[in-house]
Design a protein around this ligand. Structure first.
Ligand SMILES: C[S@@+](CC[C@H](N)C(=O)[O-])C[C@H]1O[C@@H](n2cnc3c(N)ncnc32)[C@H](O)[C@@H]1O
Length: 192
């Protein structure tokens, strides 16, 4: 987290990497779970670039939950977007409060991924969705990224797609993992 406090201004410049096609694709994964006017939590949502676009695409409230004050100060002031300081492991939300959660490029930063999964299952209502977009740590470039993150004091706790599916399965959340372009993959699971 210390890393993101000082990296926030640079990150804010780079974070809006979401093309209209990306947003259409991600919104299509979420629409079965998030009704119009519904509630989505973007865990580790950083500067809120994705939250802003998803709030329009879904016509739903998007709550950026992030423990780094310097990141969430960039979250845009928009009627459907809210910034909340907090961590994935201790979400300041009631049981069954959200229709879905999304995590992009942040799951490997969570220091207690089991606690985060338990919190997702608690906060998302039955039948709701969990969407994770992550990087597969295999391959030379990704192995270098893992090493750099660890040097910066971050956990760098990456899973492969198969490991991510197995991980959520152990938490009682079934879903599927699909490869995307480059080293990314996505998990979409349903809370029972
Ligand atoms: C690489 S940034 C990704 C931001 C955004 N999701 C995106 O895709 O642009 C990782 C974010 O995870 C946040 N983070 C780190 N540890 C966290 C935790 N335990 N719970 C929630 N968010 C966390 C950091 O503060 C940072 O904003």
């Amino acid at each position: 987290m210390g890393f993101f406090n000082w990296a926030a201004p640079a990150f804010n410049k780079l974070a809006d990497r979401w093309s209209p096609d990306n947003i259409d694709e991600i919104a299509a994964w979420l629409k079965p779970f998030v009704p119009v006017g519904g509630r989505l939590v973007d865990i580790g949502g950083g500067t809120g670039a994705l939250a802003s676009k998803l709030s329009h695409a879904l016509d739903a409230e998007v709550i950026v939950l992030d423990p780094t004050p310097e990141m969430i100060r960039y979250v845009p002031a928009e009627p459907l977007v809210h910034a909340v300081l907090g961590s994935a492991e201790h979400m300041p939300f009631d049981d069954d409060w959200a229709h879905a959660v999304i995590v992009t490029d942040a799951f490997h930063h969570f220091r207690d991924q089991d606690a985060a999964a338990r919190e997702m299952a608690r906060v998302v209502s039955p039948g709701g969705g969990i969407v994770i977009v992550e990087l597969d740590p295999r391959g030379l470039v990704m192995r270098m990224i893992v090493a750099v993150e660890k040097l910066l004091g971050e956990p760098g706790a990456f899973f492969t797609a198969e490991e991510m599916c197995a991980f959520f399965g152990r938490h009682g959340i079934e879903g599927d993992c699909t490869e995307m372009i480059g080293p990314s993959y996505r998990f979409v699971g349903t809370v029972r």
